[in-house]
Design a protein around this ligand. Sequence first.
Ligand code: SF4
Ligand code: SF4
Ligand SMILES: [Zn+2]
Length: 238
Amino acid sequence: MKRNCPYCGVRLKGKEMADHIYRAHQGGGAEFFCREGCVRCCTDRGAPLELLIEDVRRIVPALKTTYEDFFKDHAGILWSSIPGTRAFIPSIGLPFPCSFLKEGRCSIYEIRPLHCRLFPERLYVNPSPQELEPFYRAGYVCVDEGFTLKDGREEEIKRLMEEDQRRLVETADFFKNEDFIYELTPEEYEEAQRAFRKIDIRDPERNRKKREVIEGLIPEEVKERVKEAFLSRLKALG
Ligand code: SF4
Ligand code: SF4
Ligand SMILES: [Zn+2]
C-alpha cells in the first residue's frame, strides 16, 4: 500500500518509503549533535527506555539508593509486542518523562543507561524501516533534521550494539521475562487493531496512543503481579 511521505508528500510504499525518507530527509547533513531545548527522547511516553540489569547494578550504588527504592522511584514495567503474535512481553525500563531529567538535562549523564548512549545514532547504523518509522515527525528534532555519524562513531555504536545484545540476554535471564508473556485473546487483538487503525500515522503522539491501547488491554492484576515479581528479583540483590 502506498503512503504519503510525512516530509514531502511523495507517494511510495513500504521499504521504498523508508529508503526515500532516510536518503531525502534524515540522512546526510551535519554530524550528529543533540539540539538545545529538545528533550523528546527522554520524555516520549510512546518510546520508553528498556533497562539492562547491568545499568541497574551501576546506577543504584552510584545514587546511594536501594534496589527497591530505585525501582519504585524511577523504573517500571514496559510491555512490548512480540512480532507476528498476539503476545506481549514485560521488561524493566524507565517510564517517560524520565525522572532523571532535571531542568532539561540528564542528571545521571555519566552513568546513564546503555540505551540512552545508543540513541539516536543506533538508528543510523544499517537503517531499517521498522526501526526508523516510530521517530518520523514525532518531535525528535535531530531525526527530523537529519544527521550523519561522526568519524569513528559508527564503529563505536556497533561495538555498543553487540554489547547490548549480550546484556539483553543477561537481563532476560535475571528477570525471567518470558515467564510472564501475556497473550491477548483474538477478540482483544482485533479490538487493538481497530484502535490502531484510528490513530493517524502523522500524529506525533501515535506511539503513546498505541502503547496506551495495549496497556489498557492487559489486566491490572497481571501488571501488578509482574511488577511484584520483578521487584522481588531486584530486592534479592540487596
Ligand atoms: S531527540 Fe535528538 S535532539 Fe532531541 S533530545 Fe533526543 S538526541 Fe537530542
Ligand atoms: S537517564 Fe538521562 S538520558 Fe536516559 S532517558 Fe533519563 S534523562 Fe534521558
Ligand atoms: Zn519525502
